[in-house]
Design a protein around this ligand. Structure first.
Ligand SMILES: O=P(O)(O)OC[C@H]1O[C@H](O[C@H]2O[C@H](CO)[C@@H](O)[C@H](O)[C@H]2O)[C@H](O)[C@@H](O)[C@@H]1O
Length: 425
């Protein structure tokens, strides 16, 4: 890729005082403590982890352990498959009163989308591809690929993933979409779409086909640090069976899905010990994964706002963004859409979770149905002047209108992703 800056990016070239921004990141992006050294000087030798008190007292371990979905718990308690499904289903259905199925609520979405342009944002893992043990084998089905291609034909469509942008592009393989990797810290979009003040923050580059594109990388100066931390994490976890570390360019992931639960405290403490040497990095929790990322004030929610602005859709009442995602990091995007009643977050989950989303879907197959039968066919139906969709249930319509009323009255507070009590399954 040919990288040449058209104009110095204020994000990259901010001459902020060294104590505030040794990395040259614009101060508006720094919302965390910046004291202490930014780089460790060497790869740490693998000493024994601390007493594990750190990870117990700071809640890391609780977050890692809260990963058992109710289904399994009930099975253990009652030892009866029938009770399991009933109990779990009842819990799920009552949860759905607060987070109605996006499939059954589609009339509401369509009603709001009428005369407005839908903009579709999607997460990758757990949303477009089912969660599997091996992150390298999280493939999207051909069916999903083909419905994605269709929806992108009708509506601007972007994938915002925790993975590196290259990796997610490799997995999806469609040039019709916009891509944001590293939790939105690496965004690429066509140069012709640059319509806003974001122009100042972007670099010019070329895509795989040699077409001119804009590149937004607010954490670019963290690249060497993430590389170093990645190597340290690989080294320190190499004897923990099942542990896997991924380098996502502007962030790194430490997976413990395949690690014996008895070793979770050890893995947590190792990561904690390493982070002590990097005060400019922080940790977030995903689904059985610890994610290490820069402390800049940037997340998937900011990436949604950035893309809406860059595509010329910011503050437009004739645009309805929807965001479909399944994990804690997607909550930032749900929150942005919930604010000012801007659009809809749709949470993909098989178990009840507190969320800033408005609607729910059970799994990736429902995501595919929503995109295929509803989003794509809604476009066609709306074009032909049709107004109602057969699949919408009247009862659900009623429930949805309650939700919408609550939303409009501002009765449902924003919840932080930490307060959402997310499991990490
Ligand atoms: O933002 P996303 O696109 O959802 O990416 C989040 C993380 O996804 C991947 O891990 C998750 O999916 C894996 C494959 O199904 C699964 O094995 C793992 O337990 C999940 O956490 C990816 O590997 C991570 O690096 C991403 O941060």
């Amino acid at each position: 890729m040919d990288l040449k800056s058209t104009k110095a990016s204020p994000v990259l070239a901010d001459p902020a005082p060294i104590n505030k921004s040794r990395l040259g990141i614009h101060s508006s992006l720094l919302s965390y403590s910046q004291s202490g050294p930014s780089f460790s000087t060497s790869i740490p030798t693998r000493k024994k982890p601390g007493k594990l008190d750190d990870v117990r007292s700071n809640g890391w371990l609780d977050a890692m352990k809260s990963s058992s979905p109710p289904r399994k718990k009930i099975l253990k308690d009652f030892n009866s498959a029938e009770v399991v499904s009933d109990e779990a289903e009842i819990a799920y259905l009552s949860w759905m009163i607060r987070y109605p199925s996006a499939l059954n609520s589609f009339q509401t979405i369509v009603d709001r989308a009428r005369n407005r342009k839908l903009v579709v944002f999607l997460d990758y893992d757990g949303t477009l591809s089912p969660i599997v043990d091996d992150p390298d084998r999280a493939f999207m089905s051909d069916d999903m690929r083909s419905v994605l291609k269709s929806v992108a034909k009708h509506f601007p469509t972007a994938i915002i993933s925790g993975r590196s942008r290259d990796k997610v592009f490799e997995l999806v393989g469609l040039t019709e979409l916009y891509y944001a990797g590293s939790h939105g810290m690496d965004i690429i979009f066509p140069a012709k779409n640059m319509l806003s003040k974001n122009q100042l923050n972007c670099l010019k580059s070329t895509d795989q086909k040699g077409k001119e594109v804009n590149l937004f990388q607010p954490a670019s100066e963290f690249l060497p640090m993430i590389d170093e931390v990645f190597r340290n994490l690989v080294e320190i976890t190499k004897d923990i069976q099942g542990a896997k570390v991924e380098n996502h360019k502007f962030c790194a992931s430490v997976h413990y899905r395949n690690v014996d639960e008895n070793s979770w405290p050890v893995i947590a403490q190792y990561v904690h010990d390493i982070l002590k040497d990097y005060p400019r990095l922080r940790l977030t929790h995903g689904r059985k994964v610890l994610e290490v990322r820069p402390v800049i004030d940037w997340d998937k929610g900011k990436a949604v706002e950035f893309l809406l602005e860059s595509l010329g859709f910011s503050n437009r009442r004739d645009v309805l963004p929807i965001y479909i995602g399944d994990d804690r990091t997607d909550e930032d995007a749900f929150k942005v859409l919930r604010k000012k009643n801007r659009g809809y977050g749709i949470l993909v989950s098989t178990v009840p979770k507190e969320s800033n989303a408005f609607f729910s879907l059970r799994d990736t197959s429902e995501v595919r149905i929503l995109i295929d039968r509803y989003l794509v066919s809604s476009y066609v139906s709306l074009k032909s002047g049709e107004t109602r969709f057969e699949n919408c249930l009247q009862v659900q319509d009623f429930l949805e209108s309650l939700v919408i009323m609550a939303q409009e009255d501002g009765k449902r507070d924003e919840r932080s992703s930490e307060a959402c009590g997310y499991d990490t399954d």
